[in-house]
Design a binder for this molecule. Sequence first.
Ligand code: MN
Ligand code: MN
Length: 463
Amino acid sequence: MSTAKELSEKLFYRKKSVYAAAGEEVVQGAYEYAKGYAQYLDAAKTEREAVAESIRLAEAKGFSAYKMGDPMVKGGKYYYNNRDKNLFLFTIGSDPVENGIRICAAHIDSPRIDLKQCPLYEDGGMSFFKTHYYGGILKYQWMATPLALHGVIVKKDGTRINVTVGEDDSDPVFYINDLLPHLGHDQARKPLGEAIPGEKLNVLIGSRPFDTECDSDAIKLNTMVLLNEKYGITEDDFLSSELCVVPAFKARDIGFDRSLIGAYGHDDRVCAYPALSAILEAEAPKNTLMCILADKEETGSDGNTGMKSDLMLDLINEIARAMDANPGIVRANSKCLSADVSASFDPNFPDVFEKRNTPLLSAGVVLTKFTGARGKSGTNDASAEYIGWLRGVMENAGVVWQAGELGKVDCGGGGTVAKFIAEHNIETVDLGVPVISMHAPYEVIAKVDLYEAYRAFRAFCHA
Ligand code: MN
Ligand code: MN
């Protein structure tokens, strides 16, 4: 007769900590892997920077730029740069492409604060930029904290000026003013979501006038003169700019044990980086592999750089054409890991989590069968058959993974790019890394979860 302890170990599903389930070698691997990730985070705070940095890493691994209509060969490594904001990488496998493509998709845009097209003004002895925030932010978190400016200004003649201010230690940074608590009694009584109206997210950029004679707009003028000297722009050049305000912090280890990473933009670089490294390191794979780094996820995946665009289909058609395959068969046999972050259980806010189905920090990469809100609305609900297959793949490779759902039923919810891939007849499931303080200027992840995501992508690519 088995004891109750033996039986429960045999029969019950329990989440396991990566530390207990995978052992010291994996933990060491995770700490080492995290160093490359931290560099990627600092180099890639916007989607444009993520595309540039990813291309740099890909070219170093022998990937070359692909244009529609170019030939492809088995074993060939290609990337397609979509408008510098969205990147597709693909490697043609040795097996027939009609066996399907293994697709790893993640997004490289993150919540932030964008400048309006007429941003510059002065008021009350200071000059500011007007902004319109991008994605779901808790506005109060972005106030009274150092901010950097990243982006591009494109002049009428097509000249593109890259802007990065606030990253070098010698750079100035920027700031959004908040109210002092002494005068904040009315503000403090408001609900968090209403205390800071969007129009108050004005970025402080100067206070020194051009001269002391000028009665109005002397500070605005001085700011514009400095911008003209540095970038050669006039105020109307803002009309064709994309300038983003992001936190000025760098990625840092968190904790005495250095087990965590604090950074801006883990959502979703913590999935994009391991998806990218899995395809970059795949030498002569048998499966044809594709890595998609998408833009515009945080605003609904719309536009020609978001996952709703036809470009993925066009590229799959290109691969099918080049390899003499039927594109419908290629898609029907393709499989996708749609990778995005999940909300980690947080003991400071236990009420919003359902503890049996919530992702736990350091318990490995998270498989999420369905997302959506209010009765799974808007979900890609992955099939039991596909998840069954994936369980086998992960367990054969020793990947520590957990099942997880985003919070309690009807507490909120969310979705990501999975449904826009699945609707093209591709098996798709959500997978990702648990995050603490998602969408905050400084989010937290565990190194071991990042590494299990990488090991999951690797196992998936080669299974
Ligand atoms: Mn995300
Ligand atoms: Mn997000």
